[in-house]
Design a protein around this ligand. Structure first.
Ligand code: PEP
Length: 252
């Protein structure tokens, strides 16, 4: 089953307005007309509008890093899916480990956001992954199974097909330590089997599972070559055009 690779850059709380626009323009120049791989960038909320203008007409899509599960109202500091669509977002990252472990988001909250994102016509990039102590005590599959089951709760097969899962072992995020391609492939294959169990094999065959955690140009090709790795969610190395382009080229 061939799935088109999907490589997304998560800028997190980085860049400024000028730097974000410059980065987006540099990516448009380098990979803006690439057809073989889906590419997206996920800037901070406040730069989405300007980055969207910089990406206009290119093949690079835009995503947000989070959203709330209501349309509008008294939710100070929150951003709705409608607002994200309004400024040109196609994707939204949900359940990133920094939101789970720094902000304290629960599986239940993330599921509410997933359901709402899909209802709003956004494509979720749904992050899962275990902590180092969970891996070391042999609980990796228990953790990601719980996260997937909770995250997909109440979502139809038709909607589930619109979700990209990002397997991001927490110990590999921003640490410079990358999971080996064998470690990543093992979990990706197990997550795909889990999707087949929850839904069916036809959905498991098409759903894309990205790897995330210290992906760089030097390790991208090997990771992206694994049969169940369908792309990458890239943090630090998505902040420099040359580094991000190097990763994308690793998938060609
Ligand atoms: C991420 O934030 O999703 C991520 C994978 O970060 P990094 O590439 O910096 O490890």
């Amino acid at each position: 089953m061939s799935r088109k690779l999907f490589i997304a850059g998560n800028w997190k709380m980085n860049t400024n307005l000028a730097g974000g626009v410059e980065l987006a323009k540099a990516l448009v120049k380098e990979v803006g007309s690439l057809k073989e791989i889906d590419v997206a960038v996920c800037p901070p909320f406040v730069y989405l509008g300007e980055v969207s203008r910089a990406l206009a007409g290119s093949g690079i899509a835009m995503g947000a890093q989070d959203m709330f599960y209501e349309n509008n109202g008294a939710f100070t500091g929150e951003i709705s899916g409608e607002m994200l669509k309004d400024v040109g977002c196609k994707y939204v990252i949900l359940g990133h480990s920094e939101r789970r472990h720094v902000i304290g988001e629960s599986d239940e909250l993330i599921n509410r956001k997933m359901v709402k994102a899909l209802a709003d016509g956004l494509l979720p990039i749904f992050c899962i992954g275990e902590l180092l102590e969970e891996r070391n005590s042999g609980r990796t599959m228990d953790v990601v199974t719980r996260q997937v089951k909770a995250g997909f709760e109440g979502i139809s097969a038709a909607d589930a097909a619109k979700i990209t899962i990002a397997y991001e072992p927490v110990w590999a995020i921003g640490t410079g330590v990358t999971a080996t391609s064998a470690q990543a492939q093992e979990v990706h294959a197990a997550v795909r089997a889990l999707v087949a169990e929850i839904y069916d094999k036809s959905l498991a065959d098409v759903i894309r599972i990205q790897y995330g955690g210290s992906v760089k140009a030097s390790n991208a090709a090997e990771l992206l070559n694994q049969p169940d790795i369908d792309g990458a969610l890239v943090g630090g190395a998505s902040l420099k055009a040359a580094d991000f382009v190097g990763i994308i080229k690793g998938g060609l």
